[in-house]
Write a protein that binds this ligand. Structure first.
Ligand code: 13P
Length: 251
């Protein structure tokens, strides 16, 4: 059985002081909740502060990006060595990184390998834009992103990766994918690509989240889908009450 996982991607929100408050509230709220993994992904500048709050709780901590080199003359980048002493997860290939900061499939693939080598669990984002969706290209495009992301990974490493299917047109727009359609993209294009690369067993072990305007009032409809194992949440993860409602909605 795959344990559901709900991750809050705080994006470029929350100072360290604000992040401490939110993390405190989340940790207190989820203390009696079992059966779902909860992960907070604050900005880099708040990782150290939030670490002190989530330590010794069951709440996990993740970064929102990472460079693939361990150290060197890469001004402004953050390395896997630096993250490994702070957190256990890292979001890689988020569509905002691909769209605004030139992230490529090749770069995402390198980052996944390096993250795994440093015992960081990658949350790898894939998803089509509106034009691709309307042109009926979603299945082929998402399948291609998955194959590029997993290229060269052993089966042993592949099962550790979490994939987030985030249709770009659903992010921050209030529009969600139809849950049954998202389920079939995840089943056919994401697990299907992984089954082709490895085996049906590997495809069934990997956890796949849905992301894009997930809210307390729609999370159940996604969690009811057999191939959806949780959610990667932006806006609704920024308030303790709505995030708690999402966590409860995954059970
Ligand atoms: P929203 O939940 O704000 O649509 O953001 C989704 C997302 O991009 C999470 O990574």
């Amino acid at each position: 059985m795959r344990t559901p996982i709900i991750a809050g991607n705080w994006k470029m929100h929350k100072t360290a002081a604000e992040a401490i408050q939110l993390a405190h509230a989340v940790c207190e709220a989820v203390v009696d909740i079992n059966g779902v993994d909860v992960v907070l992904c604050p900005p880099f500048t708040a990782l150290g502060a939030v670490k002190t709050i989530v330590e010794n709780t069951k709440v996990g901590l993740g970064a929102q990006n990472m460079y693939w080199e361990e150290q060197g003359a890469f001004t402004g980048e953050v390395s896997p060595l630096m993250l490994a002493e702070l957190c256990g997860y890292v979001i890689l290939g988020h569509s905002e990184r691909r769209q605004f900061f030139g992230e490529t499939d090749e770069g995402v693939n390198k980052k996944i390998k390096v993250a795994l080598a440093h015992n960081l669990t990658p949350i790898v984002c894939v998803g089509e834009n509106l034009a691709q969706n309307e042109a009926g290209e979603t299945a082929a495009f998402v399948g291609g992103q998955v194959k590029a992301a997993f290229a060269g990974l052993s089966a042993e490493d592949a099962v550790k990766v979490i994939v987030a299917y985030e249709p770009i047109w659903a992010i921050g727009t209030g529009k969600t994918a139809d849950p049954a359609t998202a389920n079939s993209i995840i089943g056919l294009s994401i697990r299907g690509a992984i089954a082709e690369m490895y085996s049906e067993s590997v495809a069934q072990q990997i956890r796949v989240q849905y992301g894009g305007s997930v809210k307390p009032d729609n999370v159940d409809s996604f969690m009811a889908q057999p191939d959806i194992d949780g959610a990667l949440v932006g806006g609704a993860s920024l308030k303790p009450d709505s995030f708690l409602a999402l966590v409860k909605g995954t059970l």
